[in-house]
Design a protein around this ligand. Structure first.
Ligand code: CA
Length: 688
């Protein structure tokens, strides 16, 4: 009895302690119970049903019990002739955790639910937006499992976004837990088609470096189609629910606290579940589950949904539900970077070529130059110190490449063994700081096990102590990291520009892939793509190698469409003399951190039109993958009646042109973009 009483008290304390979380500074609270009357009447006391609506009343989430399991469904309300029509985008889907302190998937009992409202504001300094006012309805459901052990589900429903996570209290004296698997699922209507990136088999590919989120998409594939490798799908995953809308599924708030997850193969027709890492990741080393102390909250599973793609492109849910994990040690500067490796490849990792690319950055007025892999052997540490001096004299700051190894793959580039353990890492970072380095690019990670997520977090945390920003490459998806880690810049986790060099196939499909990213990968986090290639042949001499199929204006438009706070562009020294001056002037002025993003039009894999704002300057960017030339009438109220610079493909569909034009007073702007072409409108900063 005594023991049980103590346990109850502990749980009560935990529940009370969790309350302030929902009324953060500036927050407002309310207790209006929201309940679906129809379903509740059917269900009765023993089988409660809760429906929560977003602050704008359009997005809904319904949770209820069925056969001892907690189930949810989600969608939006469409105004119909007879009132609000419920459009279900995610059908009845399971929730639950399987742990080493008990099973919390079946035999569950509903013990109660509370509701609240949350309103907070926050700033981002290095992302797609700079200021967010986040308002959400919060539903917390308390359940007991068959042994009477409690578990909570916390849901946040904001306009067009739903996030949920599990909260586990300390259970008596049990203060730690391993989560083996998760029942959380996402079931889609049968008419759904998918835009999802297959997870690679582990320990395959170049030097056994996979998985690294670099597989190819099949657009509009019927829901439930088995994936290419039978290993499920990497986040984020985009679902097209017929004519009813879109759902982007992802996760956020994953650092060293948990493993990264993905979606399983579909079962039962169209049910995808959260899947934890595969045993063979990280060369088979480390567990596939998550180890946590109690009380704990898991990372958030997120849904972005609506009738159009606008909420997907504009979502901030990866950042809304996480918090900064430490203070920045200094102000970290977004910026543009030159990068020799992409066109000049391994042979350029020598002192003279790096000086050339430092000069290129200086000529462009850019902030940074990235010295890629292989510098330790080819340049050496002593001459690197000289290179740092040269960069300082030129007013350019350096990012320096590192291999994440360690012992988890065969990637040979040096330097190795500098980032994998804290003693070597801190010594290296001390050296970098003493020489004025402003960033590192760390490559070739080992999958999504908690073991590896802890390494990402340790690198970020140590780097902040030395004033160093971090780009990850050959890596996992960032999950809220722009807000969680103030010195984090971007991650690859995409079929990046390097593939354009490696194979003509990727050049032939460049526009198709580019038209996926704003709706999928780049919608949830900064993307180190490394693009804007102005060479027509992708080699050092601009005279061999793969052939670029896209136009110059397409390439300029990707500088706007692709978002990364420190953007490694693929410009080469020959571009300064070979390209029209207006292209170079455009690249000299292009921002890399944004205040605002607006979806204008598009369809994944076919075309995209979006607008971004930096300060008072608006950019509109359009990419067209085809299959034919596309004429669009864009709604641009923010540019109504204003003069803009207009970059477009000439009449031959290829020759770049630039001039000024005026957006009509009604804000409409009509343009035609050829296949593999692009367009950009740029509004001068002084235009109000
Ligand atoms: Ca890569």
């Amino acid at each position: 009895m005594k023991k049980g009483w103590k346990k109850s008290l502990l749980i009560l304390c935990w529940l009370a302690a969790s309350a302030p979380l929902f009324s953060a500074a500036g927050g407002e609270t309310g207790n209006a119970p929201v309940c679906d009357a129809r379903l509740a009447a059917e269900a009765g006391e023993a089988n409660p049903v809760k429906t929560v609506e977003s602050p704008d009343g359009r997005t809904f989430l319904t949770v209820f019990m069925r056969d001892g399991r907690l189930i949810y469904r989600a969608g939006y309300y469409r105004d119909g002739r007879d009132g609000r029509a419920e459009v279900v985008l995610v059908e009845d889907s399971p929730l639950g955790l399987s742990t080493n302190i008990g099973d919390f998937t079946t035999g569950m009992q509903w013990k109660g639910a509370t509701e609240d409202s949350l309103a907070t504001s926050y700033e981002l300094t290095r992302s797609k937006v700079s200021h967010v006012d986040y308002r959400a309805r919060v539903l917390t459901v308390t359940l007991h499992n068959a042994e009477g052990k409690p578990l909570q589900l916390e849901f946040r429903v904001s306009d067009n976004n739903i996030a949920f996570r599990y909260r586990m209290p300390q259970q008596g004296e049990t203060a730690c837990m391993v989560v083996d698997s998760e029942a959380s699922g996402f079931r889609f209507p049968a008419r759904t088609t998918t835009f999802i990136c297959p997870q690679s088999t582990e320990m395959v590919g170049w030097k056994r470096t996979k998985p690294s989120y670099e597989e190819e998409y099949v657009p509009d594939e019927p829901v439930g189609t088995p994936s290419k490798y039978g290993c499920g799908y990497t986040f984020p995953c985009l679902f097209h629910v017929g004519d009813d809308g879109w759902v982007l599924v992802s996760e956020t708030g994953v650092g060293g606290n948990y493993c990264g997850s993905r979606l399983s193969e579909a079962t039962d027709g169209s049910l995808y579940r959260i899947a934890y890492p595969m045993p063979g990741e990280n060369n088979g080393f480390g567990s596939t589950g998550a180890q946590v102390g109690l009380p704990c909250a898991t990372p958030w599973r997120t849904l972005t949904l609506g009738a159009t793609l606008k909420p997907v492109v504009e979502t901030t849910v990866p950042f809304d539900v996480v918090e900064p994990l430490y203070e920045p040690s200094q102000v970290y500067k977004p910026g543009r970077s030159t990068w020799s490796w992409i066109l000049w490849q391994d042979n350029s990792l020598n002192f003279e070529d790096q000086c050339t690319y430092i000069r290129l950055a200086a000529d462009l007025g850019w902030e940074y130059c990235l010295v890629d892999g292989g510098w330790q052997k080819n340049i050496g540490r002593k001459r690197m110190e000289e290179l740092f001096r040269r960069a300082r004299e030129a007013g350019v700051e350096l990012f320096v490449w590192y291999n994440s190894n360690g012992g988890w793959n065969d990637a040979p580039q040096d330097p190795k063994n500098c980032m994998a353990n804290p003693i070597a890492r801190k010594a290296e970072m001390k050296w970098l700081k003493e020489n004025g380095a402003k960033g590192i690019k760390v490559d070739f990670f080992a999958g999504d096990k908690q073991e590896t997520l802890r390494l990402y977090e340790a690198i970020l945390s140590d780097a902040n102590d030395y004033g160093i920003q971090v780009i990850f490459h050959g890596c996992t998806l960032p999950r809220g990291w722009e807000r969680m880690y103030p010195n984090y810049c971007a991650s690859e986790a995409v079929l990046a520009s390097e593939n354009l060099i490696f194979q003509q196939h990727f050049c032939d499909n460049e526009a198709f892939n580019a038209c996926l990213h704003p709706f999928i990968r780049n919608a949830v986090g900064s993307m180190d793509f490394g693009g804007t290639i102005l060479n027509s042949r992708l080699n050092r001499g601009n005279d061999g190698g793969t052939v670029r199929r896209t136009t110059d204006i397409f390439q300029l438009a990707t500088a706007i469409v692709f978002q990364s706070s420190v953007h490694n562009f693929a410009l080469a020294p020959n571009n300064l003399t070979e390209q029209p001056a207006f292209e170079i002037d455009f690249m000299k002025a292009v921002p890399t951190a944004w205040d605002e993003v607006r979806f204008l039009d598009g369809y994944p894999g076919r075309y995209v039109a979006l607008a971004r704002r930096a300060g008072a300057r608006w950019y509109v960017a359009v990419l067209n993958a085809g299959p034919e030339a596309r004429t669009l009438t864009l709604e641009l109220p923010m540019l109504a009646g204003r003069e803009v610079r207009y970059y477009r493909d000439g009449k031959d569909g290829r020759t770049p042109e630039c001039g000024t034009t005026k957006v009509a007073r009604n804000g409409r702007f009509k343009l035609t973009v050829p296949v593999n072409g692009g367009a950009v409108l740029e509004c001068a900063a002084d235009a109000k």
